[in-house]
Design a protein around this ligand. Structure first.
Ligand SMILES: [Zn+2]
Length: 213
């Protein structure tokens, strides 16, 4: 397997801060062994990994897989803590329709859709973009939608200790769409709530109404 330490083509985040820059040698070793595994898979499905179109596929797949799972390299709670502010605002904060791309841990196939994240502050708020980022960090790991939903809720709950958190995810799973004949349009909805989103019917209803459910 080619071991070109200067080649980063295909790893689109490599130029920015999320990357492996400090660990590029280690990263190269991981890419090499992952590439070998992809090579074996290509043989396994009856392909010829040496033909022109597939020559660079093992390394491309390995780099793409590293990118799609880069959420393992980040601690979502630490990331949130960097943008916490004291504020007396005490109504619901909702960021809806956050684009979400993840991969199911059973088939390593994509699932994608939207996340809606809400909380009611109790003296502390967090930068709005961080709510999108926390979705991303957990989504860029192998997941089941149920756990992903809860992890987002728990991270916000743990860092802000708000009066409540509500998270709803609506997603399409390629492992259902591509493998099932009559399931092309099915959308899976999961929710995770805490505090007033659980104890107050009106809070929960307001949240669900605002996200159109
Ligand atoms: Zn699956």
């Amino acid at each position: 397997m080619a071991n070109n330490k200067t080649s980063h083509s295909g790893y689109s985040s490599c130029a920015d801060d999320d990357c492996c820059q400090e660990n590029c040698d280690t990263d190269q070793e991981i890419i090499s062994s992952m590439s070998e595994a992809v090579y074996t898979m290509l043989e396994g499905i009856g392909e010829n990994p040496e033909r022109e179109g597939l020559k660079k596929t093992p390394e491309r797949v390995a780099r793409s897989m590293r990118f799609l799972t880069k959420g393992y390299l980040e601690d979502p709670e630490e990331m949130l803590k960097k943008a916490v502010f004291t504020e007396s605002y005490d109504e619901m904060v909702l960021v809806k329709e956050i684009e979400l791309f993840s991969m199911c841990e059973h088939h390593m196939l994509p699932f994608f859709g939207k996340a809606h994240v809400a909380y009611i502050p109790d003296g502390k708020i967090v930068g709005l973009s961080k709510l999108g980022r926390v979705v991303d960090v957990y989504a860029r790991r192998l997941q089941v939608q149920e756990r992903l939903t809860q992890q987002i809720r728990d991270a916000i709950q743990n860092v802000l200790n708000p009066r409540g958190v509500g998270v709803v995810i609506e997603a399409k799973h390629m492992c259902m769409v591509m493998r099932g004949v009559e399931k092309q349009n099915s959308i899976t909805t999961t929710s995770a709530m805490s505090g007033e989103f659980l104890s107050s019917q009106s809070t929960r209803s307001e949240f669900l109404r605002l996200i159109g459910l």
